[in-house]
Ligand binder design. Structure first.
Ligand code: 13P
Length: 297
């Protein structure tokens, strides 16, 4: 079973509960490769910040499979002497089976995203995931409503606002935190985006009482992020913003000709990726000061 493999990883339940009680949010940052994972772990350790590393189906496939992702993260926890709480979380698990595979591989947290199913089926499948996760000391996230846009090819939603009654029923399954559609969108926000629906967030929080997860955390204005946290958001998922920062920094490096053989050894991939790696750390630093989780590890 997964439990023995994630001895150092933490179940995300306690870190989210603590954030919820103390009105801050823990960052869920998606990982895409080794450099990404290392940058995030180092940044979290430097800032004494709890962190949730999210791995989507697409990223897991790209990185070499569930087991390899677990091995990479666990090995880095050792070699970098990471002491802050770190959870490894399956992002948008699309089936009960994929959640079970992640748990068996050693993920310490999973999301079952049944938002593409009718609610009754979403509820039934979430229950099955919770029953499998709990004996393995793995936390579970479920989703009600839908998140607009597309997340790494595995979650495509129309942005349906979550129903508080469904949230309350979902919480009865024993989940640890709940993702909700409140006008949030995966990927960059379009011009003219009306913003988060705070009334819906308040109503869902009243009904659910547990930590709310805000997906599509890239590009939401700071005042809206802060207000969402004050209304119960305690986990914020970010992927696109780090990707944009990573690429912009590497583009600058190339545009400055630093990769050209006539200018030295800048073509070495370790040198090429370094500005991207640094941009991830800087973006992480800025976002965690918005989330209020800096120093909470
Ligand atoms: P963004 O890519 O919009 O930051 O969303 C990430 C996310 O919600 C992962 O689940």
């Amino acid at each position: 079973m997964g439990q023995k493999y994630h001895a150092k990883l933490v179940n995300a339940s306690e870190i989210i509960k603590k954030a919820h009680q103390n009105k801050y949010a823990v960052g869920h940052f998606n990982i895409n490769n080794l450099e990404w994972t290392k940058a995030l772990l180092e940044a979290a350790q430097e800032k004494k910040t709890p962190i949730i590393l999210g791995a989507s189906k697409g990223a897991i496939k790209y990185m070499g499979g569930y087991n390899l992702v677990v091995v990479i993260v666990n090995s880095l926890l050792d070699s970098l002497n990471i002491t802050v709480p770190v959870a490894l979380h399956l992002d948008h698990g699309q089936s009960v089976e994929s959640c079970k595979i992640a748990i068996d591989a050693g993920f310490s947290s999973v999301m079952y995203d049944g938002s593409h199913h009718p609610f009754a089926e979403n509820l039934k499948n979430t229950k099955e995931v919770v029953e499998y996760a709990k004996p393995n000391d793995v936390s579970v996230e479920a989703e009600i409503g839908t998140i607009g846009g597309e997340e790494d090819g595995c979650s495509v939603g129309t942005g349906e606002i979550g129903d508080p009654k469904e949230a309350a029923e979902m919480v009865e399954t024993g989940i640890d935190f709940i993702a909700v559609g409140i006008g949030n969108i995966h990927g960059p926000y379009p011009t003219g985006w009306p913003g988060l629906n705070f009334q819906a967030l308040e109503d869902i929080q009243d009904a659910a009482k547990i930590g709310i997860v805000l997906h599509g955390g890239s590009g939401i204005p700071q005042e809206q992020v802060k207000k969402a946290i004050s209304l119960g958001v305690s986990k914020i998922n970010v992927n696109t913003e780090l990707q944009i920062a990573f690429v912009a920094a590497i583009r600058k490096y190339i545009e400055e000709g630093k990769d050209k053989p006539e200018n030295g050894k800048g073509f070495d991939p370790r040198k090429l990726l370094k500005p991207g790696y640094e941009a991830i750390k800087a973006t992480f630093d800025e976002l965690i000061s918005w989330f209020g989780c800096k120093g909470k590890g």
